[in-house]
Design a protein around this ligand. Structure first.
Ligand code: SF4
Ligand code: SF4
Ligand code: SF4
Length: 149
């Protein structure tokens, strides 16, 4: 499991507090899954290309996010779930145009280094729908990598 020091290697170290915290506090919040790498605005600058993906790799997938499990062994990174997600289609302009989400877009999951990674599982519409729960990501996944429960 990654430590704060590992994550700090891929944070700007500027302590600019645009995220509301110092870089070290931000790293602790990443480990606690209260923030995601996308929440640091500085990491979206070209100088830090690849850092967000590296942080996701260090943090690893959310192994057993409530209500959703993605098997990294089965996922081939095709991105169909990202394109079909009901939340993405309703809230992400790029997804509505058939494009992949931009780094700053709020998404349930995104493809990082060839595997889908859960970023904000709490955005999944299953958590707010009382009836007719969405299951599109699992339904369309060609490798049956997504389990919803
Ligand atoms: S916004 Fe980014 S660079 Fe600035 S303090 Fe937060 S983590 Fe560090
Ligand atoms: S649709 Fe399935 S195989 Fe494709 S990225 Fe999503 S989880 Fe992975
Ligand atoms: S179940 Fe959730 S994550 Fe899957 S497509 Fe529907 S809204 Fe998106």
């Amino acid at each position: 499991m990654a430590a704060v020091e590992d994550l700090l290697e891929f944070l700007p170290g500027a302590d600019c507090r645009q995220c509301g915290a110092s870089c070290a506090e931000f790293a602790r919040l990443l480990l606690a899954r209260e923030l995601t790498p996308e929440d640091c605005p500085v990491l979206h600058e070209p100088d830090y290309a690849g850092f967000i993906e590296a942080l996701h790799e260090l943090l690893g997938p959310l192994a057993a996010a409530a209500g959703m499990r993605i098997d990294p062994e089965k996922c081939n990174g095709c991105g169909i779930c990202v394109a079909m997600c009901e939340f993405h289609l309703g809230n992400c302009a790029a997804a509505r145009l058939g494009k992949g989400p931009r780094p700053q877009d709020q998404v349930v999951f995104r493809v990082v280094n060839g595997t889908v990674v859960v970023v904000r599982q709490e955005l999944c519409t299953r958590l707010v729908q009382a009836a007719e729960k969405c299951s599109k990501c699992a339904q369309y996944c060609p490798t049956e990598a997504i389990e919803l429960f």
